[in-house]
Design a protein around this ligand. Structure first.
Ligand SMILES: *Cc1c(COP(=O)(O)O)cnc(C)c1O
Length: 416
């Protein structure tokens, strides 16, 4: 569910016409619905209320400070993957004890900074990293909490670039490896190995892979318990899929019903790390049609937003619904098939291919739906294009939460 709906033939975000936003703030423009993102957070919270997990929103899905602040105010923690995201967490005033930190390649500086901040724990992805965190904590004279990220070797049934729980992926440690580490835990004098972490991938639409992974770790937890190795936390990661096209993903409630019994059995405090589920359908990218181009073989709708603004179609072949902001009357009679492409000098620069959609003309605005997660946060300045502005809509108010970049921003750090 989301708050981008047609009233008559005009697309609204909450109570504001998207066309008015495009005219006022120009395009390409990211538009977020506050009500939608909070609603998604609350859906998860209420589905899991029985076990009261700490919901650590995955910052990389959309790291805008206003979004972080809105979620933190609801009681969310944050899942971070870099020193930059730690900095953002701090700027958004996230209590340190609600921050968990994953990444296969944490640097010494990033580890020191996170220990200094007193985060809840690191999700550790290798033995080498574990040793390094121990060494750094020793130097700082601190004892630091860590959870071992388990690679449960399950098939997440998602795009191969966003599958992270197969044994051939770079993430996590296999169960045997984790077991060996836990037997040696007394050797890591400056670590408190307090939990396990899994995150098997993203845009997962069925609960079966989650259930399979959780069963594997919960059996492992029982085995550890029987040997006197007690843990405190189980971090089940994120990965919940959303509707982009025809998917029928599990709801938060179905997901909860399936896994709560398994989680309760572990007796551990549960952490989860949703990103896409909260933000994906809470944002759109609004673009303007610059030109319609006919070639002998194809029709191209050339718009002012491209792969530098939204890379998911180019990177994963991802599908995004694209809707006219003002729906033409009798649209059914005026359907066309076209590629919707950006201005970037790459043939991979497309938002949609061979898409059947309502006819549009130059100057019309289009809404690329489901662009709230991994949209702006993956955007770049490629082709020296200025990154888009971001606007948050709350009922009938629209607030700029990130200004459009200027040419000066482009060269800010360059030296001649
Ligand atoms: C990216 C990521 C998430 C969030 O994934 P979603 O599919 O957006 O829910 C959670 N945990 C970790 C460790 C991640 O890397």
């Amino acid at each position: 569910m989301h708050d981008f709906k047609y009233k008559k033939n005009k697309l609204y975000c909450e109570n504001i016409k998207v066309e008015d936003l495009a005219k006022k703030f120009s395009t390409p423009l990211y538009v977020y619905s506050y009500h939608t993102l909070i609603d998604h957070y609350l859906k998860l919270e209420s589905a899991f209320s029985e076990i009261n997990p700490l919901i650590c929103y995955s910052v990389k899905a959309n790291s805008n400070l206003s979004i972080l602040k809105a979620l933190i105010a609801q009681g969310a923690g944050l899942d971070i993957v870099s020193g930059g995201e730690l900095f953002r967490a701090q700027k958004a005033a996230c209590p340190a004890q609600r921050i968990v930190y994953a990444s296969v390649g944490k640097t010494d500086q990033e580890i020191s900074a996170a220990i200094g901040r007193g985060i809840l724990f690191f999700n550790v992805e290798s033995l080498a990293e574990l040793k390094n965190i121990n060494r750094i904590a020793q130097g700082l004279n601190k004892i630091t909490r860590v959870a071992i990220r388990i690679n449960p070797d399950v098939e997440a049934k998602t795009h191969k670039y966003i599958s992270t729980g197969k044994i051939t992926n770079k993430f996590g440690i296999d169960l045997d490896g984790a077991y060996k580490i836990l037997l040696l835990r007394a050797k890591f004098k400056n670590l408190n190995i307090c939990g396990l972490h899994i995150h098997i991938g993203s845009q997962i639409t069925r609960s079966a892979p989650f259930v399979q992974a959780i069963k594997k770790v919960s059996n492992f937890i029982q085995r550890l318990k029987s040997q006197g190795i007690a843990l405190e936390y189980l971090n089940i990661g994120g990965g919940l899929g959303i509707i982009y096209d025809q998917e029928a993903p599990q709801t938060a409630q179905i997901y909860a019903n399936e896994i709560i019994p398994l989680l309760k059995k572990t007796g551990l405090k549960i952490i989860m790390e949703p990103g896409r589920f909260i933000m994906g359908n809470a944002g759109i990218l609004v673009v303007k049609v610059l030109y319609i181009k006919h070639t002998p073989k194809k029709k191209f709708i050339i718009v002012d937003g491209g792969m530098n603004d939204l890379i998911r179609p180019a990177l994963y072949g991802a599908y995004h619904q694209i809707l006219p902001v003002r729906y033409p009357l009798n649209a059914k009679r005026y359907m066309q098939k076209a590629d919707i492409v950006g201005p970037i000098c790459e043939s991979g620069d497309f938002l949609a291919k061979e898409r059947l959609m309502a006819k549009v003309k130059e100057g019309d605005y289009l809404a690329v739906m489901g662009a709230g997660a991994y949209g702006f946060s993956m955007s770049s300045n490629y082709n020296s294009r200025l990154r888009a502005a971001e606007v948050m809509v709350v009922k009938d108010k629209a607030v700029v939460i990130r200004k459009r970049e200027t040419c000066e921003d482009l060269i800010r750090n360059e030296i001649i």
